[in-house]
Design a protein around this ligand. Structure first.
Ligand code: DGY
Length: 320
């Protein structure tokens, strides 16, 4: 029997079976978010398989000195203090690449749903309010040919740009700390612009940047006021990047036309003001949630755990 590991949330049975070939596995099949009980449950564990719900910080590391590896099945890792882990020799991995296309599909779907008022019109129909056709009933804005703005041009941003450029004939503008190579820009039909120009020029703005303290409320009241009144905003990145209260106000005042959100400040709780505005599509952090992709994400975390304890090279190690 190998070292003991904790799988912090419920995962697919074949993932547990794979882990059991190498480890003594404690599986949180009940699926409750362990929160403050995580440290207690981790006693005696050398490794942990986490999702985005577990916080791995200095206090947890102090309480679990035997921990050697933290393997996340998510690409985002703002819930893990990588520097603190590195200082203690705890290896950390995330799960990039395997979710890129699925997440880009969802970002595009959410953007389209916001632009074409899918949720708003569906709610209207379900309420039994549809009695006749009218010329501007739920008329929204076009996707094809409109300017696609992307904030954060990593792998997922580029996959969204490709969809917009090749599939919908959208001129693509983006803002990112580092510019793409000219040939990559050309293949995506993408042009780098400064952040304020991105806000002013985009018809549909999609946020795909990782969360960091510098990115906190990077879209607030000032930024929303720069956007076109006909524009949409889609956030599939992380809660806290958008000031949700300012967004709700902008939507209520029609400073922008519509929004699509998959992530929220303080999720799974939502700012109640978001629930009051009709011109929004709200989903519960499911951008990577296709069955094959969730399997691939979990398997990548398993690959990392196995490598961490068999002397292999962890495929997606995050420590410098
Ligand atoms: C990720 O992998 O970071 C996605 O947000 C899913 O949680």
């Amino acid at each position: 029997m190998g070292p003991k590991i904790l799988v912090a949330r419920r995962v697919f049975p074949e993932i547990v079976a794979r882990l059991q070939q190498h480890f003594e596995v404690d599986h949180n099949e009940g699926d409750e978010v362990l929160g403050a009980r995580l440290a207690e449950r981790l006693q005696g564990c050398a490794g942990v398989f986490i999702t985005g719900s577990e916080r791995i910080d200095q206090a947890l590391l102090d309480a679990c000195p035997q921990l050697k590896a933290v393997c996340a099945m998510t690409v985002g890792f703002n819930n893990v203090d990588v520097a603190a882990c590195t200082a203690r020799g705890v290896r950390v991995s995330n799960a990039p690449d395997v979710l890129t296309e699925t997440t880009a599909d969802f970002g595009f779907a959410l953007m389209m749903a916001a632009a074409r008022r899918l949720a708003e019109s569906e709610h209207y129909l379900r309420r039994g309010e549809w009695t006749r056709w009218s010329i501007d009933m739920f008329a929204g804005s076009d996707i094809h040919g409109a300017t696609l703005g992307i904030l954060g041009m990593g792998r997922i941003g580029q996959a969204i740009a490709r969809r917009g450029h090749l599939g919908f004939g959208m001129p693509v503008i983006y803002h990112n700390r580092s510019r793409l190579a000219p040939e990559v820009e050309a293949s995506l039909g993408a042009r780098w612009v400064d952040k304020d120009s991105l806000l002013c020029e985009a018809d549909h703005l999609v946020l795909v940047l990782p969360y960091s303290p510098e990115a906190h409320h990077i879209i607030g009241a000032r930024e929303l006021s720069l956007m076109k009144p006909s524009a949409t905003l889609t956030n599939i990145a992380r809660g806290g990047i958008v000031d949700d209260a300012a967004l709700a106000e902008a939507l209520a005042k029609k400073t922008i036309a519509a929004a699509g959100l998959d992530v929220y400040e303080g999720e799974p709780k939502l700012n109640p003001a978001l629930l009051e505005v009709p011109n929004i599509v709200l989903t519960p952090h499911i951008a990577s949630a296709s069955i094959p992709t969730r399997r691939a994400m979990a398997n990548l975390a398993v690959d990392n755990l196995i490598a961490a304890f068999t002397g292999g090279r962890m495929p997606t190690l995050l420590n410098p």
